[in-house]
Design a protein around this ligand. Structure first.
Ligand code: UGA
Length: 441
């Protein structure tokens, strides 16, 4: 099938590449000429495992192409995906200007019927706005081509986006047309094997499903962080509690890891956007507001622990920081707990020696060069002459600790672990003062 994507961000690029990989003919349109030129050369703007070879191979075999020319993009696809960003407005609501600009572009250039798919995470009611905008432009052109607007949210995770796209848990299709549902069934047939993963529903329910999924996951995390904070004060161990409750299949083991708060481009933005949606219709979303409040507090937790340990005397102290990205296997630092921590440490007069396997360039881009931030070549180098080690992101190779190195680099070894990577008893055995989340020392 012939498919067009508007927007080669995370969602657009990955989904476009995977659709091309199974045989569809995909054209990606983006306003950023440099990004388009780079993609043609095989330079991918994001760090995502396994993505680069798929993009290169499908560009070379002609099934995946990139352009800034909206007109040729619109003419190419019977299916037009809108996968542009919906950044938060000043008040936290999703800003729809890019989505609606694409709707306008499609309507301006279309010469026949189109299926227009909202792939971006958009508030309930957006499909109606897209429809209205397309109809308006068609009327002003004096033409009347048939079109359908579909909600087909994306559920991929950064760091495992390729695998998530190839083996989706579900494919949610919001449409009021059986014919359109059949076209999407055909589009996604290569991913819909073994059992039917396509869930067809009305458009508004599909739009709400995306927010509900992310908000439910964020709720699980904030709930666990709340219980962790209680466990710590009650002399219990959250890791034992986690196993104890996860074994109940109604609760499950996934997404109940306590930590130093959730980050990324999705959970913080989507929880906030759903709160704004609720506010706008006069409904008080008590759970969602608490999920957000608990997360803000949790992101400040590492700094509070550090400050307590050093009795507030942080001026001139240096901290090794392992992990800058909001989670492993990505270079993304959007809403990352590391940023809240570093900014608090700097404000208190401390210095940071940071190491991250992928996000150092991104950190440099965000903060530039500053005398209280040193980006180190290795995790070991970051430990040189520091007052304590702080673990913010659970990259795999942080899991095996070199206790000799810790002993050598700090006269009184202290670790603040925001991800519970180590056993407190082993730390005690090695003479390390060890703070973690939800476990009394
Ligand atoms: C999230 C969802 O998991 C995807 O299903 C969704 O499609 C995506 O948002 C989106 O809307 O585009 P992502 O933001 O890539 O994906 O990252 P997650 O793996 O969900 O992690 C989010 C944050 O939660 C991270 O900061 C992570 O450290 C934290 N987390 C996760 C915990 O603190 N505890 C957990 O048990 C799990």
């Amino acid at each position: 099938m012939k498919v067009t994507f508007f927007g080669v961000g995370y969602v657009g690029l990955v989904q476009a590449a995977i659709l091309a990989d199974v045989g569809h003919h995909v054209v990606c349109v983006d306003v950023d000429q440099e990004k388009v030129d780079n993609l043609k050369k095989g330079i991918i703007p994001i760090y995502e495992p396994d993505l680069t070879p798929i993009v290169i191979e499908n560009y070379q075999n002609g099934r995946l192409n990139f352009t800034t020319d909206a007109k040729s993009g619109v003419n190419h696809g019977e299916i037009q995906f809108i996968a542009v960003g919906t950044p938060p407005d000043e008040d936290g609501s999703a800003d729809l200007q890019y989505v609606l600009a694409v709707a306008e572009m499609i309507a301006t250039h279309m010469q026949g019927p189109k299926i227009i798919i909202d792939k971006s995470t958009v508030p309930v009611g957006t499909a109606d706005k897209v429809s209205a905008r397309v109809a308006e432009v068609l009327t002003s052109r004096g033409v009347s081509y048939a079109f359908n607007v579909v909600s087909n949210p994306e559920f991929l995770k950064e760091g495992s986006a390729v695998a998530d796209c190839r083996r989706p848990d579900r494919i949610v299709v919001g449409t009021d047309s059986d014919t359109v549902a059949d076209v999407l069934r055909e589009l996604y047939a290569p991913f819909n094997r073994n059992h039917d993963r396509l869930i067809v529903m009305d458009i508004r329910s599909a739009e709400l499903t995306k927010y509900a999924a992310n908000c439910m996951l964020a709720t699980k995390i904030s709930f666990m962080n709340e219980i962790a904070n209680l466990a710590e004060r009650l002399g219990a161990d959250i890791e034992a509690v986690r196993l104890g409750i996860g074994s109940d299949s109604r609760i499950g083991y996934q997404f109940i890891y306590p930590g130093c708060g959730y980050g990324g481009s999705c959970f913080p933005k989507d929880v906030q956007a759903l709160i704004r949606t609720a506010d706008a219709i006069g409904y008080q979303p008590e759970v969602l507001k608490s999920v957000e409040a608990v997360n803000y507090r949790q992101k400040e937790k590492l700094f509070a622990m550090i400050s307590d340990h050093f009795s507030g005397e942080l001026v001139g102290k240096t901290f090794a920081l392992w992990g800058l990205s909001f989670k492993p296997n990505t270079d993304d630092m959007r809403e990352a707990p590391s940023r809240v921590l570093m900014e608090s440490l700097w404000a208190a007069g401390a210095k940071v020696q940071a190491y991250d396997p992928e996000a150092m360039q991104e950190c440099q881009r965000i903060y530039g060069s500053r005398s209280d931030l040193a980006l180190m070549e290795t995790a070991e180098a970051a430990l040189c002459d520091v007052d304590a080690l702080v673990i913010v992101t659970e990259w795999q190779h942080f899991r095996a600790m070199d206790f000799d190195l810790i002993g050598d680099s700090m006269s009184e070894p202290v670790i603040f672990d925001g991800r519970n990577l180590y056993e407190p008893s082993r730390m005690r055995k090695h003479g390390i003062t060890y703070y973690s989340i939800g476990r009394s020392m």
